[in-house]
Design a protein around this ligand. Structure first.
Ligand code: GLU
Length: 428
């Protein structure tokens, strides 16, 4: 029997409750942090290409802003719900805290299927979204960014709408803008590269050389592609990637035992990370239906897609050789699967630590935008590496010292920082 997908917010709360208990937080702090501070639900009337109007549902959740303005992406996804956005906003709070950024956590979403929308329709959704939420976001309150199925172009439409409404230029209102339009060098690469900065540190700690490792990756979107690129640069070999097949409405795994060629695969991939099956087979890839990425004989797994990837069912398929799981996605592992990983002593780099590179670079973009200044790519990526490495080291030090599971160590640091900020402000 296949397990029901976990409700992401239930999962985020249960992860929080466990650590809140061990930290001995008082009831008011727990009540404050297990709920969003504010959330907005709104209707987006959008003109479609055929002249008709269609109303989409939008959300923006500001989970906590005690440490600074709320920060987090906006996802376009047909299965978006208020609860997924709440969970993702909460995870952003912990992510910014563990990375020591002076930011809080927020997230947005629109229920829509971009595969079936023209660019004009997507632009109209972006602008409608900002028209509804402009009063409640901005450089000093809540700063959106790209996420699943949104990119720099969407962010540019959004910042433009925000600026039209507010009569000025406010590049710090949104991050992930295109380079040359207030965006930061390195932002596109940042999340995937950050996963590998953390992975590199984990390998050092386990005394494993990257060139002796083989990995399998779930997803082939922005996070996965740049994670693979940097992992290969440090010497690793990726033997399998999976992606969602929009036509078949199911995932496929593409395998090449000698190692995939990232440039070659990118050349046959659409803008949503969908790999063309026929062309891949033509290039010598085995095409395996389903989630075969998880059962490969590898040292490292990188889930870089969505929630509910490693579940009570799929965790049993993880091979004996797997030593490290680097969670590029948000919330890929359900709590029941997490117990199994912990028992098996797999070194997990938890999501809100592993994928903190995106928001860390967004923070660097905010700094540049607010100063109307820009840094060269090496400078940005250098700062990103230092910040990611330091976040990783503080978590792994605590895990070692207190004999904690990596996820619990990351939660302990993040929740303690946010709880302290709430206390210092006199909120609780
Ligand atoms: N959407 C990314 C995340 O989940 C980045 C958020 C941001 O840059 O604000 O971390």
């Amino acid at each position: 029997m296949t397990a029901q997908p976990f409700n992401a917010f239930t999962m985020a709360r249960s992860q929080f409750d466990k650590i809140a208990e061990s930290l001995g937080l008082d009831q008011a702090t727990k009540d404050l942090l297990r709920n969003p501070l504010r959330e907005y639900h709104f209707s987006l009337p959008v003109r479609m290409d055929d002249g008709s109007f269609k109303v989409f549902q939008g959300y923006r959740v500001q989970h906590n802003d005690a440490r600074g303005p709320a920060k987090g992406g906006i996802r376009f996804h047909p299965q978006e719900t208020a609860d997924t956005v709440r969970a993702l906003a909460m995870w952003m709070t912990w992510k910014c805290a563990v990375a020591k950024l002076p930011l809080g956590g927020g997230k947005g979403g629109v229920i829509c299927e971009p595969h079936n929308l023209s660019m004009t329709e997507q632009q109209n959704i972006c602008r409608a979204y900002v028209r509804q939420i402009a009063r409640n976001i901005g450089p000093v309150s809540d700063v959106p960014a790209p996420d699943v199925m949104t990119n720099g172009q969407h962010m540019l439409w959004m910042v433009d709408e925000y600026e039209q409404m507010n009569g000025g230029r406010f590049p710090g209102a949104i991050t992930g803008k295109p380079v040359g339009m207030g965006g930061s060098q390195g932002r596109t690469e940042a999340t995937g590269f950050g996963v590998v900065f953390a992975l590199r540190e984990a390998l050092k700690e386990l005394d494993i050389r990257p060139q002796d490792t083989v990995a399998s990756v779930q997803g082939f979107g922005n996070v996965a592609q740049y994670a693979i690129e940097l992992y290969q640069q440090i010497g690793g070999t990726v033997v399998a990637v999976s992606c969602w097949d929009q036509k078949a409405q199911q995932p496929y795994t593409f395998r090449k035992k000698s190692g995939i060629d990232i440039a070659e695969l990118r050349g046959i991939t659409d803008r949503f990370g969908g790999i063309d099956q026929q062309k891949a087979v033509g290039l010598g890839y085995e095409c395996l239906p389903g989630e075969a990425w998880i059962e490969q004989d590898v040292d490292i797994l990188m889930p870089c897609a969505l929630e509910n990837a490693i579940t009570a069912d799929t965790v049993l398929k993880i091979g004996k050789r797997v030593r490290i799981i680097a969670e590029g996605a948000n919330g890929p592992t359900t709590p029941d699967a997490d117990h199994v990983l912990q028992e098996r002593k797999i070194f997990v780099i938890p999501d809100f630590l592993a994928n903190a590179g995106g928001v860390t670079c967004s923070y660097l973009e905010q700094v540049q935008s607010n100063m109307n200044y820009f840094w060269e790519k090496d400078e940005v990526l250098g700062k990103l590496d230092v910040m990611m490495t330091s976040a990783f080291v503080s978590v792994s030090d605590m895990a070692r010292r207190q004999k904690l599971y990596m996820r619990d160590a990351a939660y302990t640091i993040a929740i303690a920082r946010v709880a302290q900020a709430c206390k210092d402000r006199g909120w609780v």
